[in-house]
Design a protein around this ligand. Structure first.
Ligand code: PEP
Length: 257
């Protein structure tokens, strides 16, 4: 497998942090701290829905607009929901789907994740599909089985061309927001297994092209080793994406790969 077929993606997940009026200042700082040439690496900021307009109106060519959630429905009587079409209208390019916090707090099921992936692809938005095992599953050696189940469920009903347009983020639940990062070896093992699964189901051409990210306490110090792994094509970064200097350091490590 060769990384040159895939795009490196460094995506920040702001979760429920900051305010819309803080977006401009952050982006200015980030722009100033990022390498002059991104060398084909995509930088994405996945901000709360309330911040999307502020981010998209900056019209930055170097920082793509990302959302953190989408409705599985197209339109209609779904109070409080936001559709893929609404996101597209705000120039949203990427959207996180199936984050473990949403699976936990909002009871987001695999079926909902799959419907959301379809809704996004239909509007030309790249889903960043999160999968990951709990600590208990890892300790019981169920990691690869669980990940395979989640990936299959999220991609169910998609054809190979649609799968090619997806991004998968491996995020061990025990590593998110805990400061406990997977070792580069643990992360690579799972990302390789995901790629192998894509190869068996959709062919070598597709599996070679799908970007697979690692997420879980990635920071400026541990990013280089993780991003150097052959099947890790970028990162989904929570806490460290709230600090422009640290996030820029991760971007620089992504560009170096
Ligand atoms: C995340 O929320 O997707 C994440 C990886 O968070 P953190 O980097 O804070 O662990």
């Amino acid at each position: 497998m060769n990384k040159k077929y895939r795009r490196c993606i460094i995506a920040g997940n702001w979760k429920m942090n900051r305010t819309p009026s803080q977006v401009r200042g952050f982006v200015e700082e980030l722009r100033g701290a990022m390498p002059a040439s991104l060398r084909g690496c995509s930088v994405v900021l996945c901000v709360p829905a309330t911040h999307l307009h502020a981010l998209s109106s900056l019209r930055s060519r170097r920082i793509a607009v990302g959302a953190q959630n989408v409705s599985e429905f197209e339109s209609g009587a779904h109070t409080g929901e936001i559709s893929a079409e609404m996101l597209r209208d705000l120039d949203v390019r990427y959207c996180i789907v199936g984050h473990s916090e949403r699976r936990q707090d909002n009871h987001e099921t695999d079926k909902m994740v799959s419907a959301k992936v379809c809704a996004l692809l239909d509007k030309g938005i790249t889903p960043i599909i999160c999968v990951g095992e709990t600590l208990e599953q890892r300790e019981r050696e169920l990691t690869l089985e669980h990940i395979a189940y989640q990936v299959k469920a999220a991609l169910s009903g998609l054809n190979a061309e649609q799968v090619r347009r997806c991004v998968i983020a491996y995020e061990p639940v025990w590593a998110i927001g805990t400061g406990r990062t997977a070792t580069a070896g643990q992360a690579e093992e799972v990302c390789y297994a995901i790629r192998e699964m894509l190869r068996t189901r959709y062919g070598a051409l597709i599996s070679r092209k799908v970007s697979i990210l690692y997420g879980g306490s990635m920071n400026g110090d541990n990013c280089a080793e993780l991003l150097a792994q052959p099947d890790i094509d970028g990162g989904l970064i929570g806490g460290a994406s709230l600090r422009s200097g640290e996030f820029a350091k991760i971007v620089a490590a992504g560009c170096a790969e």
